[in-house]
Design a protein around this ligand. Structure first.
Ligand SMILES: Nc1ncnc2c1ncn2[C@@H]1O[C@H](COP(=O)(O)OP(=O)(O)OP(=O)(O)O)[C@@H](O)[C@H]1O
Ligand SMILES: [Mg+2]
Length: 326
């Protein structure tokens, strides 16, 4: 028996051609999330963050599938679960917030009704009771005058309010695990900060665990307790946020930190990581970061480095920097 809420083991996501694995996008990804944990996944565009999250939600795009590995929620395998049973978990157990609310909200239904739909369907509430929950949820996400706003259509609201509606919708059935895919990237910095505070407050009040995908290290630092760094479909470093950001071991994590502004040290020169991540079809053999890495040696391009424990609870996959814990 495990006390982990979510366990992802050796997850491989990709495409098949003629029934055979053809392209691997996410490769051998493993992580776990405990109840109440707030787990961040960071990495550049195309690293596989969204697909990893969508695989957990069972919402992979058409043509992309879990090729191997295991995803277990509360000890039950999601990967082998019939789709109908799995769909029943979505809402009351697992909920997802998408990056762009306009694509996830129905433009012709009033937002209050959209929030109320989950509690009606999953919790069996009457229309009136579900509407009351919707308005309560809107108030909890900091939406002013929720009774009036509940009657609005999505296009009548600002980006910040729409994102709060998405949060209200996602938490309306009190899920135990909330999956957030860049929920604040489209917002300006002040609104982003407010929305993150709302999310944090909700998770703290209800004990909901969070997986938070972003490319912004400052957001992970503000929001999460634990994190993984993804590069080209692999997790290259993971641990507590304090360990990974305070004692980064993988050259890619170090590069991300070096290229991100630090408001405590505004005088520090930002150093971008040279080059670009490899495309799906041009992944190098061995460590995918090697072509951009200042520390790379010949051996780096021979085999993907194994993931090593570099300190208790802190792993990295780099033959140069991940001195194995004695
Ligand atoms: N529907 C799809 N069909 C085929 N390939 C896809 C599809 N969606 C994503 N991919 C491939 O998977 C890679 C990883 O995609 P993913 O959306 O997980 O990246 P990401 O880390 O979330 O990036 P971003 O920061 O831009 O959102 C992409 O670079 C793309 O090559
Ligand atoms: Mg994405």
């Amino acid at each position: 028996m495990t006390d982990m809420l979510l366990e992802v083991e050796n997850l491989v996501i990709g495409m098949r051609r003629a029934g055979r694995p053809d392209a691997v996008i996410v490769d051998d990804v493993s992580f776990s999330v405990a109840a109440h944990e707030r787990f961040g996944i960071v990495g550049e565009s195309g690293s596989g963050k969204s697909l990893t999250l969508r695989a957990v939600a069972g919402l992979l795009p058409k043509g992309v599938e879990v090729l191997s590995g295991r995803i277990a929620y509360a000890g039950k395998s999601l990967t082998g679960m019939p789709p109908q049973e799995r769909r029943r978990l979505m809402g009351p157990e697992i909920a997802m917030i998408f990056q762009e609310p306009m694509t996830a909200l129905n433009p012709v239904i009033r937002v209050g009704e959209q929030i109320a739909e989950g509690p009606r369907r999953h919790l069996g509430l009457s229309k009136k009771a579900a509407n009351t929950v919707a308005i309560e949820m809107m108030a909890r996400t900091g939406i002013p005058d929720p009774e009036r706003r509940a009657r609005a259509y999505p296009h009548e609201l600002s980006g910040g309010l729409r994102q709060r509606i998405m949060i209200a919708m996602a938490v309306s059935c009190n899920p135990r695990l909330l999956l957030c895919d860049e929920p604040t990237t489209a917002l300006d910095v002040t609104v982003q900060h407010q929305v993150l505070k709302v999310l944090e407050g909700l998770c703290a009040d209800t004990g909901t665990a969070l997986i938070f995908v972003t490319h912004d290290l400052a957001v992970v630092n503000q929001t999460c307790t634990d994190m993984a760094v993804m590069y080209s479909g692999h997790i290259v470093e993971s641990g507590t946020v304090a360990d990974v950001l305070g004692d980064a071991r993988h050259p890619y994590t170090q590069g991300l930190l070096g290229s991100a502004p630090d408001f405590d040290r505004p005088e520090r020169r930002l150093v971008p990581i040279p080059g670009f991540p490899p495309s799906l079809t041009s992944r190098p053999a061995g460590c995918p970061f090697a072509p951009r890495c200042a520390l790379a040696v010949d051996d780096c391009s021979k085999a993907m480095p194994t993931t090593e424990l570099v300190a208790p609870g802190h792993t990295a996959a780099c033959i140069m920097t991940a001195g194995v814990l004695a």
